[in-house]
Ligand binder design. Structure first.
Ligand code: DX5
Ligand code: ZN
Length: 217
């Protein structure tokens, strides 16, 4: 089954509780939470205190996407603040530190994932493949919502699905960036199972219908 994770980056920050409750009523099980440090990406979003607050306000699965330099510095704080899944970027630190971050995430009882920017090849996940519960493929340059979907990421998605089938079949593939009802189909055909959508979900005239489309009627 496919899953939609609405990206709170496109929510109304003054009404996060309302938007999260609505996502649940609309049939979502996951919420995506983007953390940006102004260094790894040229934007700043939300951090640890906001995650702590929303953890108290929702029982949905919180899928936290760290777009920060040397994420190992903050792994423990984000897990303790309420992340159920924690994703770090392979480009954000050394291989050794990324491996240590994944171990730390698991030791804290959280699911662990790595993400790839568009220019990073599929092979970059190899050292981490066995330690991941999910791989997040960026289908836009990370940093901003509302960008155009990069269809040229599809060969990478297929390559990753093959690598996972061979080495870690239980590992999930997630896509993030420019996902709408059309691009979702393209990604699903190429092996994605979890779909992050910010502007398309929050901008949909009928959000419940959008959720039904992405999660299968
Ligand atoms: C971008 C973020 C995304 C963003 C997606 O760097 O990682 O999660 O919210 O937004 P849309 O769906 O509008 O492309
Ligand atoms: Zn994201």
């Amino acid at each position: 089954m496919t899953k939609l994770a609405p990206s709170l980056l496109s929510a109304d920050f003054a009404n996060l509780q309302r938007d999260m409750e609505q996502a649940k009523e609309n049939g979502c099980e996951w919420l995506h939470y983007d953390v940006m440090d102004g260094m790894f990406v040229p934007n700043i979003s939300m951090g640890i205190p906001v995650l702590k607050s929303i953890r108290k306000a929702t029982d949905l699965t919180l899928d936290v996407h760290l777009m920060v330099e040397r994420p190992i510095r903050y792994v423990e704080q984000f897990v303790k603040a309420g992340a159920d899944w924690l994703t770090v970027h392979v480009e954000a630190d050394t291989e050794e530190n990324t491996l240590a971050a994944l171990d730390q995430i698991h030791a804290l009882g959280c699911k662990a994932a790595v993400s790839l920017k568009p220019k990073t090849p599929a092979e970059a996940v190899k050292p981490f493949l066995k330690k991941c519960d999910m791989i997040l493929v960026m289908t836009v340059e990370p940093g901003f919502g509302g960008q155009k979907f990069m269809e040229d990421m599809m060969p990478k998605l297929r390559t990753l699905r093959k690598m996972l089938d061979a080495e870690n079949p239980g590992c999930i593939l997630e896509v993030d960036g420019g996902i709408d009802a059309n691009t979702f189909r393209v990604c699903r055909e190429n092996g994605a199972e979890v779909f992050v959508a910010g502007s398309a979900y929050f901008g949909a005239p009928d959000k419940a219908a959008f959720v039904r489309t992405l999660q299968g009627e």
